[in-house]
Design a protein around this ligand. Structure first.
Ligand SMILES: CCCCC/C=C\C/C=C\C/C=C\C/C=C\CCCC(=O)SCCNC(=O)CCNC(=O)[C@H](O)C(C)(C)COP(=O)(O)OP(=O)(O)OC[C@H]1O[C@@H](n2cnc3c(N)ncnc32)[C@H](O)[C@@H]1OP(=O)(O)O
Length: 233
């Protein structure tokens, strides 16, 4: 075990530094996929990344609390907002898997503006469908804050109406539809902002759970396994 980082893991310094690194990792993925590089450059990249990864594995594991120990602002303001769960895939500002969303609450709807990039390409010239599905799933999650219900995704259905363009700003807009017992039905659509074209529609059933369950699952979360013998270590 090593010393706990100083300043403390939840400090603004660490948070801002992680957000910057998350952005850098995301940009790297797009530059790596979207640009040619020489073997020398690629090998140098591997060495730098493998070296940093080998430095990180022996460190103490991070608790989800370290990433999410601030007051949870689930009562989102109208207009643009940010949230404090920086590690959250898709919307987390420090997540390597973030999509750099610009989030807005518009009435009781959530809108996420997003521009998909090189590393998101699936079929030629268009986004991977799973990226679009993950986008909807995560943005649906913010509606739970609007309706003040803790819930898990039970079902998620996407209809892909048209190719999802890369490098063009999209608007993902989602809302509560209706509720039947513990089943919460949400709907939404993805449009291209410049043309107004409908790209995809989504329907989801979330299953309401006791909010205490979130806290309990967080507290019970086991540490990640030792991966220091993984290929990069
Ligand atoms: C106080 C406000 C709090 C607001 C919270 C806000 C923020 C929270 C903070 C952070 C969140 C961070 C990130 C969230 C980000 C994005 C959202 C992504 C969400 C996810 O990424 S989440 C992971 C994927 N998700 C799962 O990991 C679920 C796995 N699963 C289970 O954990 C169980 O399966 C469970 C608990 C769902 C149900 O289990 P259970 O035992 O409690 O309920 P049971 O089986 O009795 O079913 C009761 C009734 O729901 C129907 N039903 C059951 N399952 C269904 C399904 N799948 N589809 C449709 N209907 C279903 C039954 O048919 C019955 O219906 P009926 O009453 O009509 O018979």
């Amino acid at each position: 075990m090593t010393e706990t980082a100083d300043p403390p893991p939840s400090s603004d310094d660490v948070r801002e530094s992680r957000q910057r690194a998350g952005r850098a990792i995301r940009d790297l993925s797009h530059a790596f996929i979207g640009r040619h590089a020489s073997v020398e450059q690629i090998d140098r990249l591997s060495e730098v990344l493998e070296g940093i990864t080998a430095e990180l594995w022996p460190q103490d594991h991070r608790s989800r609390f370290d990433a999410f120990d601030r007051e949870r602002d689930i009562d989102y303001p109208q207009g643009r907002f940010t949230h404090d769960f920086d590690d959250r895939p898709v919307s987390g500002t420090a997540s390597p898997y973030g999509l750099d969303l610009e989030l807005h609450r518009v009435g009781d709807e959530i809108e996420a503006l997003v521009t998909l990039r090189s590393a998101h390409e699936g079929a030629p010239g268009r986004s991977h469908g799973g990226v679009v599905a993950a986008l909807f799933d995560d943005v649906f999650g913010f509606v739970l804050g609007v309706i003040k219900q803790s819930a898990f995704t039970g079902e998620l259905t996407i209809r892909y109406h048209a190719a999802t363009p890369l490098f063009s700003e999209l608007a993902c807009r989602v809302r509560f539809d209706h509720q039947d017992g513990r089943k919460i039905y949400l709907v939404g659509e993805l449009t291209e902002r410049s043309s107004g074209n409908l790209i995809a529609t989504a329907k989801a059933t979330f299953i309401a759970v006791d909010p205490e369950m979130f806290a309990r699952l967080t507290a019970e979360r086991p540490p990640p396994p030792d991966e220091s013998s993984s290929p990069t270590a």
